[in-house]
Design a protein around this ligand. Structure first.
Ligand SMILES: [Zn+2]
Length: 355
């Protein structure tokens, strides 16, 4: 894969992708460290693509960036790929300050708005029993109770009360460009990517990242979900775009190698599925399958993400008829009941390079 833009910008700095596209970054207090934001020239001002987490530090960087990076020009649109706080966090704050309209998919807007309104201190019992069913030990459940539940609105500014809807296949005019909306699923409910077919540029959000993989998780809100199937379908869809397309991702650096990377990510999941199916001769819970899926030591929030991710892989195997779920003592376990052939779910999984 090729990274044509060299060193990334500092937080609030500017790298010009094209005369009408600016790449900047905002800091994140996670292992991820940064999110990429893209500014799209829109007439006399700039449209903002993703916004950063709502913390006083990021707000300060934004204020500086608007004055210098954007030369004080107005913000015309706030476009958000999906509702996760690093992308959506400052949409409300920017909207409040500039009056610029918010553009999001229906699924993402309502997921974000619901979470921002649903703040409550105590973790609901359905959430605790979901993680008990995933095999969480009592100590992890206690830690979860301690951590509380009202955390979304701590890092997301109040959500605008109306939005402009982005739909699959829509064309969104920003300045001289026409961006086609390409929806993806699996990482979040209805993730919008923006594709300029004429210039062959894809703003991929979290749907395609060059150096890390997006979290694909089952959550307590939809305990029977099969997000990995959605994710693989979305990767296959992205692979219909041209290979010489410039990809502007939300994390890491802009790159060339769209199909190569989508295929690599899919095959990584296929390998996890293979390891899981061969390790589940004896039934295993989500937590009991961690050693077959993750090399790193899992603590705190990573433990929760890992459980969601393990369940996503188990549910996929159940849905293709390779595994079955059994429940005893409130814990769900998964057992392999048929051989798993990756080639039936992903065309290049055989020799790595068939396509
Ligand atoms: Zn995300």
């Amino acid at each position: 894969m090729d990274y044509p833009f060299g060193e990334p910008p500092e937080s609030g700095g500017v790298v010009e992708i094209a005369p009408d596209i600016i790449w900047t970054r905002m800091p994140l207090p996670f292992s991820l460290k940064h999110i990429n934001l893209y500014m799209l020239r829109d007439g006399e001002g700039w449209a903002v693509l993703d916004t950063g987490l709502s913390t006083s530090m990021v707000r300060d960087i934004w204020t500086e960036f608007r004055a210098n990076g954007l030369s004080g020009l107005p913000i015309t649109k706030i476009i958000v790929t999906h509702y996760h706080p690093d992308h959506f966090g400052l949409a409300g704050w920017l909207h409040q300050d500039t009056g610029a309209p918010l553009y999001m998919s229906h699924g993402e807007y309502f997921a974000g708005r619901m979470l921002s309104l649903g703040a409550q201190k105590d973790v609901p019992e359905t959430v605790l029993s979901f993680y008990r069913a995933a095999g969480f030990p009592d100590i992890a459940i206690e830690a979860m109770k301690e951590h509380g539940y009202a955390n979304f609105s701590k890092v997301v500014s109040p959500v605008p009360e109306s939005f402009h809807r982005l739909r699959e296949g829509d064309s969104l005019a920003v300045g001289a460009r026409h961006w086609q909306i390409v929806m993806g699923n699996g990482h979040s409910p209805e993730h919008a990517c923006l594709y300029d077919a004429e210039a062959k540029i894809l703003i991929s959000g979290d749907q395609l990242l060059p150096r890390i993989t997006s979290n694909i998780s089952v959550y307590p809100t939809e305990p029977e979900a099969n997000p990995l199937q959605d994710w693989l379908d979305s990767l296959a869809k992205l692979m219909t775009l041209p290979e010489d397309c410039l990809v502007l991702p939300a994390h890491n650096e802009p790159f060339y190698g769209l199909r190569q990377r989508a295929d690599q990510i899919a095959r990584g999941h296929l390998r996890s599925l293979q390891r899981l199916s061969s390790s589940c001769e004896e039934p295993k819970s989500a937590v009991e399958s961690f050693p077959f899926l993750f090399k790193r030591k899992l603590e705190g929030f990573d433990f929760i993400l890992a459980a969601g991710e393990a369940l996503a892989h188990h549910h996929f195997l159940v849905n293709v008829g390779v595994a079955e779920r059994t429940t005893s003592g409130g814990v769900n376990r998964f057992r392999t009941i048929a051989p798993f052939d990756p080639a039936t779910v992903w065309p290049t999984s055989d020799d790595g390079n068939k396509r």
